[in-house]
Design a protein around this ligand. Structure first.
Ligand SMILES: N=C(N)NCCCC[C@H](N)C(=O)O
Ligand SMILES: O=C(O)CCC(=O)C(=O)O
Ligand SMILES: [Fe+2]
Length: 330
């Protein structure tokens, strides 16, 4: 259950990342401390900052820089990788194309998904089949992003081992059938600044991304420095800012982890409003269960939360497809 938190906790995950594949990780005092902090943050806010994640700051910045360069291109150039349902919803979407609760979002984006082999998940996988559409400019775009994705995947897998312990499970609770072949989503997002004169400005009240929850297990947010735009809703209904902190990811829980934890951890509502005059980019990496995972509350979590199962079984791929299909419908 979320609380009326006023700020988002910072967790140095380095001790967990160093030991999380060690069979004796559970006994390690450094790991135990991180696990305790993860449990508290996930119960109280569903959000935390991950410090000490080990991805070089130069790369984290380069990923944002190259994203800026793409969004700076003329519209015609960006349209060369236009997102379509036929491309498995991969590619570029213009400002206002993505819709949250019926309202167009004031952002443009490139959506990327782990590639599914043709027919791999039958009818379930069909809507998401397709190849990622990478920009041809800047030239090293694809290579950089693929390297970044593999590093984010590894960091997420490791944090999830800590979260598994935090829930009282075994470290590999989110591996095997549930997450051993984890799906991922990456969104490169650009939010125009408010009241600038470059023709794609927005007003101060325009919403960059409306209130939503994320869909999977764990999100890693890499946001531009010096602009505070991401806001997280607490139990009292107040919007708490999650300002950028150099060297750290903002992490949050998705809908699938809410179900697995039987509601012990919630997927907290959040939104983005860029009131600054400056164009803002964010690169959000979403670590998800296996595409075909049937997700239901873990036994240990049902026991810990009073013995009642609060959620029905959900198939991750079905949840994703239903979200994606409504994100682009006016
Ligand atoms: N893959 C994830 N989590 N994407 C988050 C997008 C949130 C906005 C979307 N229109 C929505 O309403 O969900
Ligand atoms: O722009 C941000 O800071 C967060 C974006 C977000 O919440 C999302 O893409 O799911
Ligand atoms: Fe989000």
């Amino acid at each position: 259950m979320a609380t009326d938190f006023k700020s988002i906790p910072i967790i140095d995950v380095a001790p967990l990342l160093a030991k999380c594949d060690d069979p004796k990780m559970v006994q390690d005092p450094g790991v135990r401390e991180v696990v305790k902090q993860l449990d508290q943050a996930c119960r109280e806010a569903g959000f935390f900052y991950a410090k000490g994640h080990g991805i070089p700051e130069t790369m984290v910045k380069e990923v944002r820089n190259i994203t800026h360069k793409f969004f700076d291109l003329p519209y015609e150039e960006k349209l060369k990788i236009k997102m379509t349902p036929a491309a498995g919803y991969r590619g570029y979407q213009r400002i206002g194309e993505n819709i949250t609760k019926g309202v167009p979002d004031m952002h443009e984006a490139i959506d990327c998904y782990k590639e599914l082999k043709q027919g791999m998940y039958g009818a379930l996988g069909k809507p998401m089949e397709g190849c990622n559409q990478w920009p041809h400019y800047p030239p090293n775009f694809k290579e950089l992003m693929e390297e970044y994705i593999s590093l984010c995947t590894e960091v997420s897998r490791k944090i999830m081992r800590g979260i598994a312990l935090a829930l009282g499970g075994s470290p590999d609770e989110f591996e095997g059938e549930r997450g051993g072949d984890a799906f991922w989503v990456m969104r490169l997002i650009g939010y125009p600044g408010a009241s600038t004169a470059n023709g794609k400005c927005t007003s101060e009240n325009d919403i960059g991304c409306g209130a939503h929850t994320d869909y999977g297990l764990l999100t890693l947010v890499n946001q531009d420095e010096n602009i505070t735009a991401l806001q997280v809703r607490n139990q009292a209904g107040e919007w708490i800012s999650a300002p950028p902190i150099a060297g750290m990811f903002v992490c949050n829980i998705g809908d699938m982890l809410k179900i697995l934890s039987n509601g012990l951890y919630e997927s907290t509502l959040h939104r983005v409003i860029n009131k600054s005059p400056t164009y803002r980019v964010c690169v959000a990496f979403f670590y998800e269960p296996n595409y075909d995972a049937a997700v239901e509350p873990l036994e240990v979590c049902v026991r810990k939360s009073g013995g009642t199962r609060k959620f029905e079984k959900a198939v991750y791929g079905e949840h994703l497809v239903s979200k994606v299909q409504t994100n682009f419908v006016t």
